[in-house]
Design a protein around this ligand. Structure first.
Ligand code: FAD
Length: 426
């Protein structure tokens, strides 16, 4: 039972691992049922934006990278984004952005560049028909995107990155590598691919050991947790190219996650953050509203969502957002703006992902986490306490992102069982 069953307090969260496991054993089915409703399975997304940072031409030619889109005419009227809803008034704080935000007409209070739901530019995707899984997207293009994402984790010129780990010779004592079948990772070059980039970043950065404030640690945990969760899905829904069969790949999981317990911790961290945001949806009718024209008309979805919010509210508090950006000092407001700015850049980096399926899920999950951050941090803002208004796609992204993380925790359970079975058989 030694693999990936962490116990005790989750760092920077308000609860322990055991609480999250208990919650997920009940909450997962609720989330799963909700994301299958028509309201939550159709996501409108712009997959054709140009990468604003570099000339991305590493398109994945693999069939597994393609996304099956829906014809708008086939989407029942009630689940379409209403064009009229594009008539919105500028929110306080709308400003012209500088640097990489310059093309953004969005509000400075947003954590993501929103592909405006109401424009003609997006496509409708049935998420159930396009599961996130192994696509074969790897190498220079994927490395560049991850590297750029981690570079956003730089506040005042100080980066916080994953601390160096002992080498793969079983140094963590976490798993007995001799039990594993040998196979090499096609994604890694001789120097560990991105690993080389990481070490080059590490030298001047004190490898994350230096004292960091809560906000910066949280920023890092969010992206590392998302990265780890994506890796878990890849390993869990993996294509064995020799047999053509899709199956969980234990070695993939061990090398990418189990040997790096802090990555797994960060997945739990994302879980507590998203769960807390879902609970905040129900604080009061004034705390959150859907933009005019975006109301949920699907009775089944309304009922499921109400049940989900009630369940989330019944959970012990998993994350205490009041600890962050506390005090209305100039420093804390600046930090919050910087945090938003960096997260918005990450949402723009998603347009540089050179594989449509990966871009779809990358965009959706960053969008969902950005929505969670908005719910947690915007309701009591420098602009005064305001109800948070969401677009349809923000709510859809939030629910599906929470489901992705919840499914990762489920997959971890499965990998634990596989590991046990392999040990007993060995
Ligand atoms: P990578 O996962 O590329 O990691 C690069 C380096 O980052 C590692 O060497 C390590 O030093 C560091 N690192 C890894 N994990 C963490 C962590 N959790 N925290 C901190 N540091 C870490 N591929 C698919 O098959 N299906 C998908 O759906 C998919 N979606 C993607 C979405 C996005 C947004 C991106 C950028 C890539 C996606 N990919 C997807 C590609 C996938 O994430 C990997 O990049 C690819 O499998 C190659 O993996 P790798 O072993 O080289 O390491």
């Amino acid at each position: 039972d030694s693999i990936c069953r962490p116990t005790g307090q989750i760092e920077d969260a308000a609860c322990d691992y055991e609480t999250v496991e208990t919650i997920n054993s009940q909450f997962f089915d609720r989330l799963d049922a909700l994301r299958r409703t028509d309201f939550f399975k159709f996501y409108k997304v712009n997959l054709f934006k140009e990468c604003p940072f570099w000339n991305e031409n590493g398109f994945c030619m693999n069939r597994a990278c393609s996304v099956e889109t829906e014809d708008e005419a086939d989407i029942p009227e009630e689940f379409r984004v209403k064009r009229l809803s594009s008539v919105t008034t500028a929110a306080p704080g709308d400003v012209a952005m500088s640097g990489s935000d310059s093309s953004c007409s969005c509000s400075s209070t947003e954590f993501c560049h929103l592909d405006d739901d109401a424009t003609n530019d997006g496509v409708y995707v049935d998420l159930l028909k396009n599961p996130e899984r192994f696509t074969g997207y790897a190498g220079a293009s994927a490395n560049r995107v991850w590297k750029s994402i981690y570079e956003e984790n730089c506040f005042n010129g100080v980066k916080f990155i994953e601390p160096a780990r002992p080498t793969a010779s079983g140094g963590t004592g976490f798993v007995d590598k001799s039990m594993l079948h040998h196979s090499s990772s096609p994604a890694l070059g001789p120097n560990g691919g991105f690993g080389g980039l990481v070490s080059s970043l590490q030298a001047p950065l004190d490898s994350g050991d230096s004292e960091q404030c809560l906000e910066k640690r949280v920023f890092y945990r969010i992206i590392s947790g998302l990265h780890a969760s994506i890796s878990i899905h890849i390993c869990h829904d993996f294509l064995d190219t020799s047999t053509g069969e899709w199956a969980p790949n234990l070695e993939c999981f061990i090398t990418r996650i189990a040997e790096h317990p802090e990555r797994l911790q960060n997945v739990y961290f994302d879980y507590v953050l998203l769960l807390r945001a879902l609970s905040r949806l129900g604080d009061s009718r004034d705390n959150f509203s859907l933009r005019a024209g975006d109301a949920i008309e699907d009775g089944a979805a309304v009922e499921q969502l109400d049940g989900l919010i009630a369940d989330a509210r019944a959970c012990p508090t998993t994350f205490d957002e009041a600890q962050m950006f506390s005090g209305q000092t100039r420093e804390s407001l600046e930090l919050k703006n910087e945090f938003r700015h960096h997260f918005r850049n990450i949402s723009a980096i998603m347009d540089c992902v050179g594989c449509d399926k990966c871009r779809l899920w990358g965009k959706l999950q960053v969008h969902g986490i950005g929505t969670a951050l908005k719910l947690l941090f915007n309701s009591n803002d420098e602009h005064g306490a305001q109800p948070v208004q969401l677009q349809k796609s923000e709510l859809v992204a939030l629910v599906n992102a929470a489901h992705r993380i919840a499914e990762s925790l489920r997959a971890v359970e499965r990998f634990r069982d596989m590991y046990q079975a392999q040990r007993l058989a060995g």
